[in-house]
Design a protein around this ligand. Structure first.
Ligand code: ATP
Ligand code: MN
Length: 478
């Protein structure tokens, strides 16, 4: 029975010829006891179902309420109403699931995003969220398509790892030891030898190190999976559980790496523009409405679609960390002491600095390279100056850091000495160092935060609104 239904998206694109169709969906509105706006999630556009006066019993009509689910059989006819080409003239209407109008939490009015976050099981039914999650879906597909067509191997890196050397962020521990009375060593520390894996384990903060092992054999790989960081930062761009895409390429330097990242971001934007145009237009209007609430100087200069077009058509700015520091030091913003954090060569750029560079100075995405070694991870390749590394961060307007990557240190001695300096236990990382012992090659890679990319494309300001079930400090609902 169910496989005969036609999706609303397809119906809306069908020529009407009084043919019989079956459509199913949820009632968005019911007007004049006659016109049902039905939505099935395939598109933000509803199909109008005409329940001609006198055709259906009152008892049935009463049950056609916002949120109720229906099965409608009828004829696809040309619509006389404005705004739609076709409608379904109902012959039979079956209520699949009632929805008590008094109790249904979503009313046909605007709800705040915060309110909807608490109704996570229903927020998919709203125009905004269904659009966001369709775009998210398209972007996921585009990621695989992009890499598949380039001959990259999709690699599943482990979710439970024992390597705590990466230092990308605070980790969630994975253990089956009893919390109240764990086995202890003589010095009182917890004895992880008795734990499930015989050692301390945690949820992955990045698949990069494992990715490097595969890239130095398969050539080019990418991961796309969940990533966990127990960072206690309650911001609009951090989640405790997020998805990351991490390509890793053998025979690749920092230049190739930047080129690939830029091409990749543009490809994703273009793919969404080509395949989710209506959703993006809806989201653009939503964003423009939201920004009306902001003071003039806080509003974006470009609308969502214009911003995406702009990124498609303009090369990213490429500067060194040293340039970035100089630009910041020479800015009026700095001279007027408007930055909260001080600036000097060697600091880790704060998000206010990144946003100034991207939103005020360059007004486009910026790739910053050549960061001080001291503020970056051990595996990044040392530049000839002996103090900066071949790192690259891509900063995007409205988001800040969207990509972090580097050329990796392929020279065994240099890598070992950096690891010693940073107190990383070499013995535990032997498996990793082996890639530098046997046929080491120049290689590079980066990590793109998927949700930050979805934010960029959909214009959603809070990262909690682009993942179906956000996990953040003190929140793991649903
Ligand atoms: P940030 O400084 O913004 O916390 P990071 O330097 O910790 O980022 P990386 O370790 O380089 O980030 O991770 C690669 C990418 O993963 C980042 O560029 C970002 O897009 C994304 N990312 C990092 N942490 C988070 C998080 N907590 N939630 C969502 N995305 C994240
Ligand atoms: Mn971080």
């Amino acid at each position: 029975m169910f496989n005969k239904r036609v999706k609303v998206k397809d119906l809306l694109a069908t020529e009407p010829a009084n043919q019989e169709v079956i459509v199913m969906g949820w009632v968005r509105t019911f007007r004049n006891n006659q016109f049902i706006a039905l939505n099935d999630g395939s598109t933000n556009n509803n199909i109008q179902v005409l329940a001609e006066l006198g055709t259906f019993e009152d008892a049935l009509l009463k049950r056609i309420t916002t949120g109720a689910s229906l099965k409608v059989t009828g004829e696809l006819i040309a619509s006389l109403g404005k705004g739609q080409k076709v409608e379904v003239k109902a012959k039979t209407i079956e209520i699949l699931g009632d929805s008590d109008a008094e109790k249904f939490p979503l009313q046909p009015k605007k709800h705040s995003l915060e309110f909807l976050r608490e109704k996570a099981h229903l927020r998919f039914r709203t125009y905004t969220f269904s659009a966001v999650f369709r775009v998210r879906n398209t972007l996921s597909f585009a990621i695989h398509k992009f890499f598949y067509e380039k001959g990259f191997v999709y690699l599943h890196t482990p979710i439970i790892t024992a390597s705590d050397a990466e230092g990308a962020g605070e980790m969630f521990r994975v253990s089956t030891l009893p919390f109240d009375n764990p086995p202890r060593n003589e010095d009182g520390s917890i004895n992880f030898k008795e734990d499930f894996f015989g050692k301390a384990t945690n949820l992955t903060v990045s698949g990069q190190l494992e990715g490097e092992l595969a890239a130095t054999a398969l050539g080019e790989i990418y991961t796309f999976g969940p990533t966990f960081r127990a960072e206690n930062s309650n911001t609009t761009r951090h989640l405790a559980e997020f998805w990351m895409i991490e390509p890793e390429m053998a025979f690749c330097d920092i230049e190739d790496n930047m080129n690939l990242a830029e091409e990749f971001i543009r490809y994703l934007i273009k793919y969404a523009m080509d395949n989710n145009r209506e959703d993006l237009e809806f989201l653009a209007t939503r964003l423009a409405e939201e920004e009306k609430q902001l003071p003039q100087d806080k509003r974006s200069e470009l609308g969502l679609i214009e911003k995406l077009d702009f990124v498609l058509n303009n090369a990213f700015e490429r500067i060194t960390y040293t340039d970035a520091i100089n630009i910041l030091l020479e800015s009026n913003h700095y001279k007027k002491k408007k930055f909260q954090y001080d600036i000097s060569w060697g600091i880790d750029l704060q998000s206010e600095h990144e946003r100034y560079l991207v939103e005020k100075h360059f007004k486009k995405p910026v790739i910053v390279t050549g960061y001080p070694a001291a503020i970056k991870a051990f595996y990044m390749r040392m530049n000839d100056d002996g103090k900066t590394v071949a790192a690259m961060d891509i900063l995007a307007p409205g988001i800040g850091e969207i990509v972090g990557g580097s050329q990796r240190e392929e020279r065994l001695e240099k890598l070992e000495s950096r690891m010693k300096e940073m107190h990383i236990p070499l013995a535990e990382m032997d498996w990793y160092l082996d890639t530098r012992r046997f046929g080491s090659v120049p290689h590079a890679g980066f990590g793109l935060g998927f949700e930050r990319m979805v934010q960029f494309v959909t214009g959603m300001t809070n990262i909690r609104d682009v993942i179906p079930f956000p996990r953040t400090p003190k929140n793991a609902e649903f």
